[in-house]
Design a protein around this ligand. Structure first.
Ligand code: SF4
Ligand code: SF4
Length: 379
C-alpha cells in the first residue's frame, strides 16, 4: 500500500495558494501590529476614590453613568452626582468595579488575529484540504487534522491567553444589547464589533467559532485529546441544546430590559462568561465552575458551552445558512449511507443529509469532508 502525505500531494497551484495565504496572513498581522501601536492606549487610571461621583468616574472608564451604576450593583436611576461614599460604596467595591471594566478593554490586534485564523481556515477548507486530482482511494489524506489542531492551539494561545478575554464573539453580541439599555456610550462601535463577528460567521459557516474563537478552540482541543479517545463521545440532540440556548438568550433579554426581575441592566451571561479564563481572573466561583464544567464535559460531548449557552453560538446558528461557504451534500450522489453522520460531532450532517430547513450548528470542523464513500460532500 502506497503511503501518501498530504503536503507532497498538493498540486503546484495549491502550493501557490498555501504560500500566498501564509504571506497574506503575515501581512494582516503586521498591519494589525502597526495599527495597534498607533492606537491611543487607554491610560490605566489609579486614582479613583469614593469621594468621586458616578458622573466623574464613568466617562474616564468609557461607560455610561448607568453602566457604571450597574457595575456597582446600584439601580440604574441612582443619583449620578452624589459621591460614591454617600451611595454606600466602599473602596473595595469601587476597585472591583473599575478592575472589571478595565479587564474588558481589549486589544485591537485581536480583530486582525481573528481575520487571519478565519482566512487560513477558509483556504484550507475550500482549496487546500483535498489535494487536486486525488482519488477516492487517497481519501485518508484529505483534510488532515494537524493543520486544524495547529490553528486551535494558536487561537487559544494568541487570541486567548496573550491578547486576553476581550474582544470575543460572545461579548460582542451581549454588548450590543447592553447599549440598548444605556450601559455603553458608543452604540455605533459596539454594533460595528458585533457586525464584524457576524460577517466572519457569514464567510464560512460558523468559521469564526470553529477556527478562531479561543474558548471554542479550547473545547475542541479537549474533545480531540487522543489520550482520552477511549471515552465514548455522546451527541446531545440539537433540539434540546438549541432549546436551552435560545431560552437562555430570551431570558437574558427579559432580565436586561427589566421585564422580569425588576433590575433593568442585569446581564445573566456576566456570570457565565468563560472568556475570563484568558485574563486568569475568574471573578466569581460561578464563572470558574462554568469553565471547569464546560471543559470537563468537552471530553464527552462536542463544544457544550457553544451548543448550550453562548449567545453568539445562537445568533450565528441563525445566520449560518446564509454563509457563502458551507458544507453541501450532493443529493444526486448521496446514498444516505450514514458515514458523514457518524463522523459529525453534532446533528449537522444528519440534518443536511435529510435536507432539514434549519439544520443543527455546523462548526466547519471538516470531520465529514473525508468520510463520504461516494464523494458527495463539498465545502
Ligand atoms: S459559540 Fe463557542 S466558539 Fe462560538 S463564540 Fe461562542 S464560545 Fe466561541
Ligand atoms: S462534521 Fe458536522 S460540524 Fe463538522 S463540518 Fe461536517 S457537518 Fe459541519
Amino acid at each position: 500500500m502506497q503511503n501518501y502525505s498530504w503536503f507532497s500531494q498538493l498540486s503546484s497551484k495549491q502550493r501557490i495558494w498555501l504560500f500566498s495565504t501564509i504571506i497574506a496572513m503575515c501581512i494582516i498581522v503586521t498591519v494589525g501590529l502597526l495599527m495597534d501601536s498607533l492606537a491611543v492606549k487607554p491610560k490605566r487610571i489609579q486614582n479613583f476614590n469614593i469621594n468621586m461621583s458616578i458622573k466623574d468616574t464613568a466617562p474616564l472608564l468609557g461607560v455610561t453613568g448607568k453602566g457604571f451604576a450597574r457595575e456597582l450593583d446600584l439601580p440604574l436611576d441612582v443619583p449620578k452626582r452624589k459621591p460614591l461614599r454617600a451611595l454606600g460604596i466602599s473602596t473595595e467595591e469601587l476597585e472591583h468595579a473599575v478592575e472589571h471594566i478595565l479587564s474588558h478593554r481589549g486589544s485591537m490586534l485581536k480583530y486582525y488575529v481573528f481575520v487571519v485564523l478565519v482566512l487560513g481556515g477558509l483556504v484550507f477548507l475550500v482549496r487546500l484540504g483535498r489535494p487536486d486530482m486525488s482519488s477516492l482511494e487517497q481519501r485518508s489524506i484529505w483534510y488532515p487534522r494537524t493543520p486544524y489542531i495547529l490553528f486551535l492551539i494558536i487561537s487559544v494561545i494568541v487570541a486567548g491567553f496573550l491578547l486576553g478575554k476581550s474582544p470575543n464573539p460572545m461579548e460582542g453580541t451581549v454588548k450590543v444589547f447592553k447599549c440598548m439599555v444605556g450601559l455603553y456610550p458608543d452604540p455605533a462601535a459596539k454594533a460595528a464589533a458585533f457586525l464584524f463577528f457576524i460577517a466572519l460567521a457569514l464567510v464560512g459557516s460558523k468559521i469564526i467559532c470553529g477556527w478562531a474563537c479561543p474558548f471554542g478552540a479550547l473545547q475542541e482541543l479537549f474533545y480531540t485529546i487522543p489520550i482520552l479517545k477511549k471515552i465514548k463521545k455522546r451527541k446531545v440532540p440539537f433540539i434540546l441544546t438549541n432549546a436551552i440556548r435560545s431560552l437562555l438568550f430570551l431570558t437574558m433579554l427579559l432580565f436586561l430590559f427589566g421585564i422580569i426581575g425588576g433590575r433593568r441592566g442585569f446581564v445573566i451571561y456576566h456570570n457565565l462568561n468563560p472568556f475570563n479564563l484568558f485574563n486568569l481572573d475568574f471573578e466569581s466561583v460561578v464563572i470558574f465552575m462554568t469553565v471547569l464544567v464546560a471543559l470537563m464535559a468537552s471530553f464527552v460531548t462536542y463544544r457544550p458551552f457553544c451548543q448550550l449557552i453562548c449567545p453568539f453560538g445562537f445568533i450565528s446558528w441563525i445566520v449560518e445558512r446564509f454563509a457563502v461557504f458551507r458544507v453541501r451534500i450532493d443529493k444526486e450522489k448521496c446514498t444516505k449511507c450514514g458515514a458523514c453522520i457518524k463522523a459529525c460531532p453534532t446533528d449537522a450532517a444528519k440534518d443536511l443529509v435529510n435536507r432539514k430547513k434549519l439544520p443543527a450548528d455546523c462548526f466547519s470542523c471538516a470531520r465529514c469532508l473525508n468520510s463520504c464513500p461516494v464523494d458527495a460532500i463539498k465545502y
